[in-house]
Structure formats: structure tokens, C-alpha cells
Write a protein that binds this ligand. Sequence first.
Ligand code: ZN
Length: 441
Amino acid sequence: MKHGVIVEMGPDLLKAPGEEVLDAAGRYIAPGGIDAHTHLDMPCGDITTADGFRCGSLAAIAGGTTTVLEYAECAEGETLQQGLANWHRKAVGKSFCDYGFHMTVSAWTEDTPAQMAAAAAAGVTSFKTYTAYQKDIGVDDYALFRIMREAARLGALVCVHCENDGLLRALSEDLEARKGEVSAHPDSRPNLVEAEAVSRAADIGMLAGSAVYIVHISTKEGAEAVRRARDRGQTIFGETCPHYLLLDRSRYDLPGFEGAKYVMSPPLRTPEDQHALWEALRNGGLQTVSTDHCAFRFADQKTLGREDFRKIPNGIPSVEHRMELLYTYGPAQGMTLPQIAAVTAWNPARIFGLSHRKGQIAPGYDADLVLLDPDAPHVLSAAAQMQAVDYTPYEGMQVRAKVETVLLRGQVLMENGRLTAETPMGQYLIREPFHQETREE
Ligand SMILES: [Zn+2]
């Protein structure tokens, strides 16, 4: 490799003077992970996520993820440009991994098209919308259609958080008597609350002629809705997360307030849903596995919802564990290694305008490489993690694959399990417009 880019591949390459050799015998060499869904340094009411770019990106590197696509958003009254500038400030000089931004659009105003165009020109070629939380950052069908049509015009993609707002508000109200129970959380948003919103977002995307990316699909029915839309020829992609694949809703029945560690939206589901999500990853019905990393401390942040499940800050940490979990449990679930590399790196690269330099091990690509030992059983625990949060939802879980060595653009940032990164060298990635032919692969 030269200047951080892979130059040549093959057996018996000659070692030039001054070049370093890494021995990868018995190891998987994977493309550096691209986590297409993180929330670092994100305000939530009066609190902020437990880890910012410094700790969060170090955790990413420690876990074999060399690029994150972070959701930037606006504070009330800010333009997209102000929100974006704010997120640049959070990341610049602090990120150890490369990063790009999606931008949340929470309203449609006269000025929105110009703001979206400026964001796209700055390399933000995906916009995020919420169908839930309409009293706050969510958008109605009218605004979603307008945003999608504008995105299509700009060569951008629209990422949608799919939960039906009216349904979940009504169901949450009905759970008033159980508000002190964590287990009321999943009951406030049953499977169909997600699936209805996925179908609707797909339909609106179809009418708007926009490429659509459904974030964090948790249900069998949600995955089926994406599949139906793909089968009718629509350009739509589905993402799921390690927690929906590996954890189930029995966690909400843990004693005391313990279940709050697993409160995120959408919530954990049933083993049947997990089975359907793995199946969709195997057969191409879903395209990516991202984390939706959004860490809140159990000791003093999750507790804000001790009296009322609706006030538990939503989100879990996992940017550090995605690759080891996928390279451990993926093969056990019948995924091939190229499929795992696709859902953790190549698919996010091609969907989000990075396929010219990220997501593949090939000449001309950034030398973002991960050496994993496929047979190094160890147990995940908060005590051993880099994530700046006091728990992990995967506490005590056995994983076999271990991230050993990580290179970002040719620089060794972790070697044999020891972080060697000293100064943050993460670069902001200007992403290309969405290519329509991406769908065909
Ligand atoms: Zn998210």
C-alpha cells in the first residue's frame, strides 16, 4: 500500500525497503467496518449521549469499524447548515475513525430545498426523517413526500425511522397504569406499528421517485415490507442492527430497572423476528447491519425514566461490538464471509456514496483493514470496553471472532489487540450522490 491506499494484491509480493509486513496467518482479513448509523455527542432533552467522537470513534476502531456515518441534526430553529457546522465541530480533531454525516430534516419549509441542496453539495447525500415523534422532530406524509422528491432531484437518499406516530402515541397513553414497568415499552410499539410505517414510507418513496433506506428494522413484518417493495422494482434498502438479531424482548422482564438497559426504539422483539431478520440478511432482503449506537449511562441517565417508561432515554451502545458479533454469529446463522463483509462494509459504502474508496479490499481502495482471529473465544463486558458508558447490552456474551489489528488508510491503529492510535486522524468523507445502479447489485 502507498499513501494509505491499496496498490497491489497477490501472493509473494516483494517487500520494498522500509515497508512493514503484518503476519495474518490464520486470520480473516476483512474490509474495515462501516457503521452507517451512529449517534455520538447527541443531545437528548437535558442530557447528552455518554460518548462523543473521541471515545466513540476509539471504540469503533477497537471493534474493527474504521468509518462511521453519524446522524447530524439541527437544534430548534437552526438551518441544516448550522446543524451540520455544529456536528463538524463535534468531530473535527477528535475522531479516530473516518466519518460522514447524514442530516436529519425535521420539517418542510420554503427554504428546505435550498438547505438540502447546500448539504448535498457538501457531501451529505442522505437525509434522515422520522415518521414517529411528529410533535417534535417527526414529519407527516406531506413533508416526507416533499423531502423525498427533493432528495431524488439532488441525487440523495432518504433514511426513514419507521414507526406510526399516531398508533404509538395512543398505545403509550393506554399504558399509563403500567408506566412504572419497563416491559410496557415494547407493548407501546408492537410489530405492526413498525411494519405499517415501513410500507407507508416505501409507498411514499415510490410516488416521489426517491431511493429509500429504512433504518433499524426490527420485525419480520418490517423486513417483509421492504422485500415487497424491492420485488416491485423499487429502489429501497433495509438496515437491521445486532441487537435485533441477537437479543429478544425477554430482556424487558429482567428484575428491577435492569430492562432499561435495553430500551431503544423500535424495541427488541421475539425469536421469530430474529429468525426472519437473519433470513433476510442471507437472501438479500436486508442490506446492512449498523448499530444505531446511542449510549446512555445506566447509573444516571437511563434512570430518568425510573417512574415512567416513556421517559427512559432511548438507545444502546454497540459500535465496538458489531464486527465481532457479526463475524461470530453470522456464520453460525448460515451467512457466508462475503455476505458479512457486504452487510458490514461494502453495502453501506455503495448505498451511501463511498464505493469509490471504502468498503472493499482492492487496489485503489483505502487500506482500511481488519485482522480478525476467527477462533479466539472471549466474553464481552463493560469492564473491558472502550465505549464511555457503564454497561453493554451484550454483557457476558461469548464471542469467538476477535478483532486483533486495525488499519485506517494504511496506519495501524490497533495491533494484536492493543490500541496504538495516539492522535485522532479521522477524516470527514465527502460522499458521492446516490447511484441508481446501486440497486442492481
Ligand atoms: Zn438512530
